[in-house]
Ligand binder design. Structure first.
Ligand code: ADP
Length: 473
């Protein structure tokens, strides 16, 4: 753990291991923190806050720029660690490290643009002045699927705004979190400005972070179920929240689209990170005239992905994170096939890879709303494909979910693209595009997908408080 600028053990002295999901190999151990350690970390962040908020935006920017350079200098080593601890192929891990570093550079610059405003008064002898100031201590809880970028997406804007932070990473990927803090430490992070509490048992740490009066804000990325619980607790203490939760992304492929382009793009996106992404397409609706061609190209792409250890040359997809993730995928596929879905490819664990949590890229055709996979988030390499006839009904089909994070549209008709984007109840939409994310673009969802945005100018607003002064002249 990293508290008040020092690497330290848990107060209890306990530790827990981290494993490679491809082999079961034990990669290392980290301290197993509990409520006491969380309190220590909150105290350190609270103590560091007054001095950190007094630093100039330029000083904070300089720290973040050094961290950006440090992360890029170590990119290869961090990516290798990520491949082993989280499972994604090395190339994807490297892309994630660069994406993670982008948040540090982008918010280094944005720190300098936290502007205030003057407001005219009805009184001749009065002016209003609006200031934006850091909210205070931020508690950040992050998931294992993007174990480096989800940390900088929170710490970048929080630190840029002048907040201090306590971060609790997922128990599956503590070594990646430690690597991020090594970068911050080497960049000259002042003691207490960001603190790391690792734990195998998140609930007691979460309880401190959501209840301690010194914490002003909770920022969470993870499941809707846990997010809802944390939001309820945070509400009791009237803390600010940002919640980046689950998704069930639809893709709409209209009859005027290029089916081959759509199939290639959506296959690349679907099997990225073995489908373990909240913006992964979970329902792919294809207008009937393109259905056959689309399925053929999509399944051919899926079938040729090599599955294996992320560090092996030529591997395009790694394992799932754990046994529970694998069991969920197997259950959803069996349910869908039992209810009449057509298994076009995959649907089994790949041969020769029994030592890890691997599952073959899987395509299910003719999926219907009765199947579990139609509503429940998959978080695995399973692509449900569904035909549709009436383009006027497409938006309603896409919106038929409790989630509202990402959606994808394929069409060559500009008016249709525009109208569809307006009609979709989702926060992030790719139009003929499968990567609508960047440090500069706000990322976040509607409905059960959460509250708030990360990235872009909106991302730093989440860490700022507004203050107004009425001044008599
Ligand atoms: P996933 O399904 O992606 O594993 P989770 O919501 O379980 O999603 O995990 C996301 C993060 O939430 C992880 O850091 C995990 O440790 C944390 N977490 C899980 N349960 C709790 C809890 N009761 N209190 C605080 N954090 C929790």
């Amino acid at each position: 753990m990293y508290i008040a600028g020092e690497w330290c053990e848990a107060a209890s002295g306990r530790r827990f291991p981290s494993h490679d999901p491809a082999t079961g190999e034990r990669l290392g151990e980290v301290p197993n923190g509990d409520a006491q350690d969380a309190e220590r970390a909150v105290a350190a962040a609270a103590e560091a806050f007054p001095a950190w908020r007094e630093t100039s935006a330029y000083e904070r920017a300089a720290l973040l720029q050094r961290a950006h350079a440090g992360m890029l200098a170590r990119a290869e080593a961090i990516a290798r660690l990520m491949s082993r601890e989280q499972g994604k192929p090395l190339k994807a891990a490297l892309a994630e490290v660069r994406y993670a570093a982008d948040f540090l550079a982008w918010y280094a610059e944005e720190a300098k643009r936290v502007y205030g405003r003057t407001i005219p008064s009805a009184r001749r002898d009065q002016r209003f002045l609006l200031l934006r100031q850091p909210v205070g201590v931020v508690a950040a809880i992050t998931p294992w699927n993007y174990p480096v970028s989800m940390l900088t997406r929170k710490l970048g804007p929080a630190l840029a705004a002048g907040c201090t932070a306590v971060l609790k990473p997922a128990e599956q990927t503590p070594l990646c979190a430690r690597a991020v803090f090594e970068v911050l430490h080497e960049a000259g992070l002042p003691p207490g400005v960001a603190n790391l509490v690792t734990t195998a048992d998140p609930a007691p740490v979460g309880e401190v972070l959501t209840a301690d009066p010194r914490v002003a804000k909770i920022t969470f990325t993870g499941s809707t179920e846990v997010g809802r619980r944390l939001a309820e607790r945070a509400a009791r203490h009237l803390k600010r929240i940002s919640m980046e939760l689950g998704g069930h992304a639809p893709a709409l492929v209209f009859a005027d689209a290029d089916p081959v382009h759509a199939a290639k793009g959506l296959a690349a996106l679907k099997f990225l990170n073995a489908g373990q992404a909240c913006i992964s397409p979970n329902r792919i609706y294809v207008q009937r005239p393109l259905y056959g061609t689309f399925l053929e190209t999509f399944a051919a792409r899926a079938a040729r992905i090599r599955v294996g250890h992320g560090l092996e040359e030529g591997v395009g997809m790694g394992p799932l994170v754990d046994a529970a993730a694998l069991a969920k995928v197997e259950r959803q596929v069996a349910d869908a096939v039992g209810k009449g879905a057509r298994l076009v490819c995959g649907g089994h664990r790949p041969e020769g890879l029994e030592g890890g949590f691997f599952y073959a890229p899987t395509v299910l055709a003719d999926v219907t709303p009765e199947m579990t996979v139609y509503r429940e988030e998959t978080f695995g390499p399973v692509a449900p494909v569904i035909p549709f006839d009436d383009p006027a009904e497409a938006v309603a089909l896409a919106n038929d979910t409790d989630y509202g994070l990402a959606a994808y549209v394929y069409t060559r008709d500009l008016a249709r693209a525009w109208r569809t984007v307006e009609g979709l109840d989702f926060g992030i939409i790719g139009v003929n595009d499968v990567n609508p994310t960047a440090a500069a673009a706000p990322f976040g969802g509607m409905k059960d997908s959460g509250l708030g945005r990360e990235g872009g100018p909106e991302g730093i607003e989440e860490y700022l408080e507004v203050k107004v002064a009425g001044i008599s002249l």
